[in-house]
Design a protein around this ligand. Sequence first.
Ligand code: DAH
Length: 339
Amino acid sequence: MIDHIKEHIARVEQFSSSDINEIEAFRIAYLGKKGVLNDFFAAFKSVPNEDKKEFGQVVNQLKNAAQDKVNALKEAIESKAGTKNAYGDLTRPAEPLALGARHPISIVKNQIIDIFSRIGFNVSEGPEIEDDWHNFTALNLPEYHPARDMQDTFFIQTDPDILLRTHTSSVQVRYMESHKPPIRTISPGRVYRNEAISARSHCFFHQVEGLYIDKGVSFADLKQTLQYFTTEMFGKSRIRLRPSYFPFTEPSAEVDVYWGLETETDYKMTKGTGWLEIMGCGMVDPNVLQNCGIDPKEYSGFAFGMGIDRIALLLHQIPDIRMLSENDVRFLSQFKSAL
Ligand code: DAH
């Protein structure tokens, strides 16, 4: 029997092929479950004791020879095909990677965050699905206020208590409920309104809310902060505050920045006035402070809110708000920014 095995060893050593199927058939014939080797291993039991040692050695020799042969032939095929190195040709020039561009909304949002973070404002966020309290009631919006109208608000199913927030002012409420003054926070986020979609308005858009609460915060602080912001954001420091009304601030104002009337675009953007409306603001109404657990006798503060989409449209001269949500790469790839 030992001679028989040795014959196999000689045959294995002679075997050669560059055909992967042939090599596989060879592997199965020797190393497979029903292969030659298993037959010899099975025969081991009936080998007389004095021959067992030599028999074992020769069978192992056959096994190693078969295994080595299969490996060597497979390797030869692989290296010929050039697939042996998993990384291919390491000297090949790299694939040119196209750099992506940030979305204009993100660019403007990041600019605003950057500007306010330099004067100590942190960033806070709240849920887009809100309840009546945080979006309306705590903000002093009485039940008959038009902003609560079904026309303007998307309610979730039939529950009038759960809705898609209509402004980021809801985050003010959440922040005041969970933090003690001094508070300096800005809250960027998406908001929803049930409005007809056109070039100028969409049913969802983005706002940044600002809130500053401390002892002795005055309207002068508000004005100073806004002026700092417009200078940093637009390079324009001339602003005017027009009296306005928001239920959550008293007094309230709308902020215009003087854009100028130097070019035709300036005329178009400002409708010939030179002034551009950029946000709403005011001193936080004492009722709102009270609703959020802050004592209005001890603390005061200001708030403001602005639309990110509107600013993005203005700064980048984008003619239609819908372009911001169409995800057209030809449009999006035009925006490159450091922020
Ligand atoms: N929430 C207002 C809106 O959606 C914007 C706003 C105005 C926010 C005045 C404020 C504010 O915090 O003081 O139109």
